[in-house]
Design a protein around this ligand. Structure first.
Ligand code: SF4
Length: 438
């Protein structure tokens, strides 16, 4: 029934990817279908992220590029959503006469009405934060093509105010979704054939802690694991300070829980962690990693590290490298520090030269490449249970995710899609594994 085309570009984190899916699902009711081609689209939406420095300029540049499609009197809606929209608000409409809509991080539910208005030529910006009571209702389920693995939002926002982070200012304070709504959504997904759910939030570990009537995140995982049809549970992202013993125990007690955890350390130096306001030190982080490894020896870690935080000394940086040696992440997202507006760290002197920051990042990435290589090679010869999600890279191959979150390609036909297959790993690449079916 769709007769209009929607082109979305998504920047940043998984929350934005999930929001983009929600936007596609909401606008399908207005007759929009997703397209990869901005030139022929009826609406262009940039779903933006402002976590890293330079994000605002990037959005302005991208919008300037995209506006060419609107020239010549073409009726095309151009919209900006996500964190930069939240941050800049009306200012974006004022500066960019060709822009039609600015939609803040708490206002997605208004989008269909805003789009109807824009179709009649109205320009509008909505960036009002909504109080937590109302927000619990604002997580419309994503409709659309059925998939085997789906994200389920369990909480949004953040109360931690790490000194470098803009998220609490652009995503708002932490709110946990009602567990009854989450469980209903997961049951519906299971009925639709979904086999894996990925529980999503800025800090899922603190789910429910501020609402006495709600379960803890560990309890929620147990409740989801009891739903027939759901065979695997993942979650992202975790704050180490809220990684409770109860949650750690789930990695032993809940066989459906994936053996991969994303646990961002950000630094291995106590001094830097303190200035970042992270609420944990090196020892406590490593203690949690040690407990997880003891309970689930095959567990796989990924993480985030910020390089060149204000005042980071050579010794601090060496501490980060030694933390990496102790944890041995399979993958690491590493970034050079850049000050973000309104954050406490923006008031600290950004005292390291670009050359020093780059040299540190290069060393860190080199170490990470070695760890990824070494860990991946230990999988050769092992057997993994793979949820087959689609065609593989090469003809005659299928592809899916192993329990540890790695992509595995192996020979097989499309009749395997939707099932779990036991696969022996024969080769390891930097981002995937090659296997053969048993
Ligand atoms: S925990 Fe810290 S880094 Fe993560 S979103 Fe919250 S404020 Fe940002």
């Amino acid at each position: 029934m769709a007769h209009k085309l929607l082109y979305i570009e998504t920047f940043g984190c998984q929350m934005n990817v999930n929001d983009s899916e929600r936007i596609v699902s909401m606008l399908a009711d207005l007759g929009y279908a997703a397209t990869d081609d901005p030139a022929t689209s009826d609406m262009i939406l940039l779903n933006t992220c402002s976590v890293r420095g330079g994000a605002e300029e990037k959005v302005y540049r991208r919008l300037a590029n995209l506006r060419i499609y609107k020239r010549g009197g073409k009726k095309q809606i151009i919209a900006v959503g996500g964190c930069v929209a939240q941050q800049e608000g009306e200012e974006l409409l004022r500066k960019l006469p060709y822009l039609d809509l600015v939609i803040g991080t708490h206002n997605l539910h208004l989008l269909p009405n805003m789009v109807r208005g824009a179709e009649r030529g109205e320009r509008r910006s909505e960036t009002t934060f909504i109080d937590n009571e109302q927000r619990a209702d604002l997580f419309p389920a994503i409709k659309g093509e059925s998939r085997l693995s789906r994200f389920v939002t369990v909480m949004q926002g953040c109360d931690n105010f790490c000194s470098y982070c803009i998220v609490p200012y652009v995503r708002g304070r932490e709110i946990s979704r009602r567990s009854t709504d989450i469980l209903t959504e997961v049951r519906q997904l299971a009925d639709e054939g979904v086999r894996e759910v990925i529980l999503l939030g800025q800090n899922v570990n603190s789910y429910g802690l501020k609402t006495a009537s709600e379960p803890t995140f560990a309890e929620l995982i147990h409740q989801i694991a009891a739903i027939d049809g759901i065979d695997r549970i993942r979650f992202t992202t975790s704050h180490p300070k809220d990684m409770s013993d109860e949650l750690i125990a789930c990695f032993c007690d809940v066989p459906k829980l994936s053996g991969h955890i994303h646990l961002p350390a950000q630094s291995g130096s106590d001094d830097v962690l303190k200035r970042m306001g992270r609420g944990y030190g090196r020892e406590s982080y490593l203690d949690k990693v040690g407990k997880l490894k003891a309970l689930r020896p095959d567990i796989v870690f990924t993480g985030d590290i910020i390089v060149g935080f204000p005042g980071e000394t050579d010794a601090d940086f060496e501490q980060t490298l030694s933390l990496m040696e102790e944890v041995r992440y399979i993958d690491l997202f590493s970034f050079i520090y850049s000050p973000r507006p309104r954050t406490r760290a923006a008031e600290l002197a950004d005292d390291l030269s670009r050359t020093v920051k780059m040299a540190r990042l290069d060393r860190l990435m080199e170490l990470q490449r070695r760890h990824t290589r070494e860990i991946s090679h230990t999988y050769i010869g092992s057997v993994m249970s793979v949820l087959v999600e689609g065609e593989g890279k090469l003809p005659g191959q299928v592809s899916g995710k192993a329990d540890i979150g790695r992509t595995v390609n192996f020979s097989g036909d499309s009749s395997l899609i939707g099932s779990f297959a036991d696969v022996r790993i024969v080769k390891a690449y930097p981002n995937s594994l090659l296997g053969e079916p048993l």
